[in-house]
Design a protein around this ligand. Structure first.
Ligand SMILES: [Zn+2]
Length: 258
């Protein structure tokens, strides 16, 4: 099994988890051509695409997936927002999952051999979610982005893809100096919708990482982040090999690394 990073930033997000006979896509915020190229144009292997929320950098390209009849899965609130921007023909590819009233975690559903459990995240969008995914070839995979906080913890993790958006101190300094167009108001919005390095570290440490093969840091801010420093901080805190998601990155995603 392999992870392909097609795009990972506020400009666009798209990932593919490719197995021998089936591929799961996550996010539809980058040109679909890039995803197709990454998976060798094997469209028939795609079992579906999971979308976390309706913002353009995660969902603007749903129409392109619909052209290939790929099912796009999201929460009911997200589906409603996305559907409002699509022609009825394209909106037919949208699928939503359910949760019991007030529950943090949604009902588990399967796409091919992928068992998917969505969970609530905290972001300035209608009904954002992250995903806990299990597959016999890969083990447990956490995918969490665009959230300032992550309440649930996850058992059986082998692979972690987690947002590491900004350094809280750097964001504050940029806002105070109005550097890179940052204002105190914008800084507040970022703090209340994206995961800082500091919260990313405490979230990782709240989970059992004993069997995690690698951590992939996603959705870094260009101006408020520092890829080298983030990688070092996470590796030092966890002792686990850490990657910064960038277009073209492919990682072995088998359950056992060797
Ligand atoms: Zn967003």
């Amino acid at each position: 099994m392999k992870l392909h990073v097609i795009a990972s930033s506020s400009e666009g997000n798209a990932y593919a988890i490719e197995g021998e006979g089936e591929t799961l896509l996550i996010e539809a915020g980058a040109p679909f051509e890039g995803t197709l190229k990454a998976i060798g144009y094997q469209v028939k292997k795609i079992v579906g695409c999971l979308v976390t929320h309706e913002h353009g950098d995660h969902a603007a390209r749903v129409k392109e997936l619909a052209d290939y009849c790929v099912d796009v899965w999201a929460s009911p609130g997200t589906v409603e927002k996305i559907a409002g921007k699509l022609k009825p023909q394209a909106a037919r590819c949208l699928r939503s999952f359910r949760r019991e009233e007030g529950a943090e975690v949604y009902d588990t559903f399967t796409l091919g051999g992928f068992e998917v459990t969505p969970f609530a995240t905290r972001h300035d969008s209608a009904e954002p979610v992250g995903y806990y995914i299990q597959h016999p070839q890969a083990g447990g995979i956490l995918f969490a982005t665009d959230t300032y906080y992550l309440r649930p913890t996850f058992a059986g993790l082998r692979h972690v893809l987690i947002e590491c958006n900004h350094d809280a101190d750097k964001l504050q300094a940029n806002a105070a100096g109005r550097i890179h167009g940052m204002t105190p108001e914008l800084a507040r919005r970022i703090r209340e919708s994206h995961l800082s390095l500091q919260t990313c570290l405490s979230t990782l440490q709240a989970n059992d990482l004993g069997r995690v093969n690698e951590i992939v840091l996603i959705h870094l801010s260009k101006n408020n982040g520092d890829p080298k420093a983030f990688k070092k901080a996470v590796e030092t805190a966890t002792g686990i090999p850490t990657y910064i998601a960038r277009p073209g990155l492919t990682i072995d995603f088998n359950i056992n690394p060797f």
